[in-house]
Design a protein around this ligand. Structure first.
Ligand SMILES: *[C@@H]1O[C@H](CO)[C@@H](O)[C@H](O)[C@H]1NC(C)=O
Ligand SMILES: *[C@@H]1O[C@H](CO)[C@@H](O)[C@H](O)[C@H]1NC(C)=O
Ligand SMILES: *[C@@H]1O[C@H](CO)[C@@H](O)[C@H](O)[C@H]1NC(C)=O
Length: 409
């Protein structure tokens, strides 16, 4: 290996000293600088086509990595933010959902542990910074992987996983919570149940698309919508809309006037172990994406610039501030060598005018399935599953912690 290094640096030296002598030398220089560029990508992984480039770098060395890829290789350089810890939620949750209305954050469902799921809503009041009210959810409502959207009064809750572990199949039922009266109602069930479908209210209709199908793993690309007003469906059935180019769960779905954005997510997910009476979760192949898709009034999907890295489990991890979408944490592609899961510790910004991404801050730790909001100049996040420590980005503890930081965009 040492010899290999020497040979290469000799080549680089040759390239620097003998400039443009012969075609063969040019070729050697070109291929040598190509190799060093790809090695450079290993060390500084800021690039558009991140996963593929990392894999390529490995292939160039005849499949034998020259040096171990650090576990934290996926971290991006990010400015520090001054985080302040706020009161923790009454319970820890993974894969919960949240909606912010007026001075209240409604935090729904989620896993406490893999064997225990929540069936209630905790409410945080931003005015006095306390967790107070607790609402019971209807027993028939799913406990995780919900599709969720709000018009500022009514919260629509679509499909999802009912029960702990990797329970299959998902359930198609759709609920609505009136936050003024605290009363629950129903909408027609989805045509087929989904896990964590992208869900948003857009142009007077509740749109639901993607997610995972009945076996929890197969990505769905179906897209449905139903006209809604004041917590009621105006139609008896869901309308079939233009399918989304890539299916799968755990994406951010954001409406901005006449545009609808679907960001990140994954294909594949954990599945129940065959024959397990408790639907015990077992890991299956999953691929995380940086993709951004946009639908406009012409109802044609457009692919936009990808996120700075692949990112999933971000369905409640975003907020719109000053004409930008801000996304907090998530989970990226597995480590290419040790195949462990890798959490995300950055805050991302997507400008809705320029349609461009940047990294605007570092989190107190890497964390996925954050529940995010913005109040009086501060970005808030709560809940989720954090990393094992600064040097180990694998998921570990499920949290109820709440943090906030001043933002200046
Ligand atoms: C990533 O690389 C693959 C294979 O080289 C290519 O097909 C794909 O278009 C690239 N994606 C982006 C977003 O650049
Ligand atoms: C939030 O707390 C403040 C201060 O205690 C209170 O005045 C306000 O009514 C609360 N908000 C709601 C919606 O209950
Ligand atoms: C949003 O824009 C307003 C007006 O330019 C500015 O005062 C405010 O600080 C901005 N908010 C953030 C979070 O950057």
């Amino acid at each position: 290996m040492v010899k290999h290094h020497l040979t290469r640096s000799n080549l680089v030296l040759a390239c620097l000293t003998i400039v443009g002598v012969a075609l063969t030398i040019d070729f050697l220089c070109a291929s040598s600088s190509m190799v060093s560029t790809q090695k450079h990508h290993l060390l500084v992984p800021i690039q558009e086509n991140y996963t593929i480039k990392v894999e390529k770098a490995y292939e160039t060395n005849s499949g034998v990595p020259e040096r171990e890829l650090s576990a934290t290789f996926a971290d991006l350089p990010a400015p520090e933010l001054e985080w302040e810890q706020m009161p923790s939620a009454p319970v820890p949750r993974l894969d919960g959902s949240a909606i912010h209305i007026k001075d209240l954050l409604y935090v729904f469902a989620g896993f406490g542990t893999l064997d225990y799921v929540h069936s209630h809503v905790d409410v945080y009041n931003f005015t006095d910074n306390t967790w107070g009210e607790r609402l019971d959810m209807p027993k028939e409502m799913a406990n995780s992987h919900l599709g969720m959207a709000s018009d500022g009064r009514f919260i629509y809750i679509v499909s999802g996983q009912h029960g702990p572990q990797c329970r299959t199949p998902p359930i198609p039922v759709t609920f609505v919570l009136d936050t003024e009266t605290r009363k629950w109602g129903n909408l027609p069930p989805l045509p087929a149940p989904r896990y964590a479908p992208a869900t948003q209210i857009w142009r007077g209709r509740l749109h639901v698309m993607g997610g995972s199908k009945e076996n929890r793993h197969t990505p769905g690309t179906d897209h449905w919508s139903i006209a809604i007003k004041n917590g009621k469906a105006l139609e008896k059935e869901w309308l079939t809309e233009v399918p989304i180019p890539r299916g799968g769960p755990h994406r951010a779905c954001v409406a901005d006037s006449d545009r609808l954005f679907v960001i990140g997510g994954q294909e594949g997910d954990f599945m129940p172990k065959p024959g397990s009476p408790i639907y015990k979760c077992s890991r299956r192949n999953e691929v995380v994406y940086a993709d951004v898709y946009m639908l406009d009034a012409k109802m044609k999907w457009k692919k936009l610039s990808p996120m700075p890295k692949p990112n999933s489990h971000i369905e409640s991890s975003w907020v719109i501030i000053n004409n930008s979408i801000i996304i907090v944490g998530g989970t990226t592609e597995k480590h290419p060598v040790n195949k462990r899961m890798v959490l995300v510790g950055e805050v991302f910004r997507f400008r809705l005018d320029a349609l461009e991404w940047s990294v605007i801050g570092k989190l107190p730790y890497r964390v996925k399935t954050t529940l995010v909001s913005f109040w009086e100049g501060r970005l808030y996040f709560t809940s989720g599953q954090r990393d094992r420590g600064p040097d180990n980005p694998q998921p570990k503890k499920v949290l109820g912690e709440m943090w906030r930081a001043k933002l200046n965009l």
